[in-house]
Design a protein around this ligand. Sequence first.
Ligand code: UD1
Ligand code: UDP
Length: 398
Amino acid sequence: MKKIAVIFGTRPDTIKMAPIIQEIKKNSKHFELLTIATAQHRQMLDQVLQVFEIKPDYDLNIMKPKQTLASITKNTIEELDNVFSKEKPDMVLVQGDTTTTFVGSLAAFYRQIPVGHIEAGLRTNDKANPFPEEINRRLTSAITDLHFAPTETAKKALLKENIDPSAVFVTGNTVIDALKVSVKKNYRFSIMKLNKLISQKKRIVLLTMHRRENWGEPMQGACNAVKRLAEAYPDLNFVFPVHLNPIVRDVVFPTLGNIENVHLIEPLDYLDFVNLMAKSYLIITDSGGVQEEGPHFGIPILVLRKVTERPEAVKFGTVKLVGLDEGKIFSTAKKLLDNKDYYNKIASAVNPYGDGLSAKRTLQIIKNYFGLSKASVNEFIPKAGNKKAGRKISGNKK
Ligand code: UD1
Ligand code: UDP
């Protein structure tokens, strides 16, 4: 038996770890599961834990209002060290590029425990964008023993950094594993307001924003663009589940709080969110995970970033990198809302991020690493069939 410690702490890393946790449970003949939540997020983490029925063995409960990067790091590292010293896991798994990810890998390294990194190799090569995630993931790669790259592009980025090729595997992204079991055709939302909005049959523009490098003026510009769009398109519903960070809320609520067709709501639980995404016409976001989920439905996404570490969907066409310029956000959204041919071209792209089998591949690779199996693993290759549903618009949807 090998003991696998799975570390998570925020909304996205927990969503993407959930399929891995489930797969470890399915392999209980070989693996003992140890789940450790840093709880860098609290309410937004608890929402995910509830949906995926995860009860962490350890909950470090470190979140503080308006916490700093240093405080997250300081409050996590010693606690993780104590758990590792007591539990002596055979491997530690971390996901993505949060501070929980980096500190989890560092604490494991200090105890000489092998590290597996889920979603390895994403790069912008710009240490200020996204901040601090670009550095979190590069530092994590330096420590990692098994690199689970979601795409071929991510694998190439790791090889360019002289990472041992025999330790890098293209698995696809577990975000698609989670999505595939969560989106239902006749889904009823737990929030009544959403059921009402959907029944209006108006086009929905879904919004999310939270990135640290966008705090302040850039986020203000993006909100101004949304305000202009909402005023120009009174027949559309804009739905914005607002991140709990008070720094984000201090910009969003004063700018968008009193517009009839802008619905500012609390963060949605994962099932409500992805099912709302499936019914949306356009997404405007600075999120990483949402950029990967949108292409699954063939929904055009405007990404509020200067650069993206997820170039695949930009190449395939579903994602448009619009930055934070108010005018560019407004004009690109307008073109998508007004021009059906332009919309259809974007909406018929392929999803390059996963096929729902990423966690399975990952666990097989871990079994092989420990000599528990010798089965070969087919790496993930994007295919046209990976996209669930096209969004071709023929009639006038206004
Ligand atoms: C963190 C991650 C970021 C990830 C994002 C996902 C780092 C440095 N940042 O950013 O990579 O994209 O999560 O959402 O790891 N808050 C609550 N309740 C919650 C969650 C947050 O009140 O459930 C508030 C708190 O005041 C907290 C603040 O939000 O101090 C910021 O949380 P933090 O984890 O530091 O940063 P995020 O911007 O959420
Ligand atoms: N998400 C959610 N509720 C929301 C908004 C997003 O469950 O109200 C999910 C979304 O489906 C995706 C993840 O949260 O899987 C993205 O998290 P976030 O944007 O906070 O972080 P990032 O991906 O940018 O690190």
